[in-house]
Design a protein around this ligand. Sequence first.
Ligand SMILES: [Zn+2]
Length: 251
Amino acid sequence: MTTFFILYFFILGIILGSFYNVVGLRVPKGELFKEDRSYCPHCRHSLSWYELIPLLSFTLQSGKCRHCRQRISPIYPFMEFFSGLAFAASFLSLGFQFELLLALLLVSMFHIIVVSDLRYMIIPNKVLVFFAFLIMIYRIADPIDPWWASLAGGGLGFAGTALIIIVSRGGMGGGDMKLFTVIGFALGVKLLIVSFFLAVLIGTAASLVLMSLKVVGRKNPIPFGPFIAIGSLASYFYGIQLINWYLGSFF
Ligand SMILES: [Zn+2]
């Protein structure tokens, strides 16, 4: 039965993920609720249902538009796959606990934000406000112990990122600051600090690799949202083990 539910959450993640791609692409342009169907960004051909099947269409068309043969960015099927895996992993780690809801909310928020940040270098306010609202309701129903850890986490997320922005002169932006505020509220002080540390560590390492491969220039800003997403999910699932391991190896 467990296998059935793992598969169920994997497929749910892929299907919702393909919707999150659309949300992440359309919200910053203010056209989320426009009626027009999904279209190829190169030739503007409207896509039929069989060109919109998550993962499958991309694979069957070898990553190209069926009409103009231009390449489709692999980010979108990759993100669908990511949400599928992350949904399945959340269920595997939490089962049918109430907290599964929080895990799925976080994965969903990160998916949309990563798409917007990679495409436009924007973490949309509307998306943050929407998820902040849901996470706040969740945290009222299932508070962290002690209850003020959420408020302290939110405050620290805000102030900590603000400090980084001032010190690094724009290494992170206002969107990152608001995102860390939401994460701090969702995870509390301890896991926020781990999220922050992991995001900066992974972000710095990835930037150095990308710069040495000349994929990005020294002056180009790199969107930080994807690193915040990876760092926070790792902290959410493994943060406590990481803290114990770290403290255990020094004291
Ligand atoms: Zn096309």
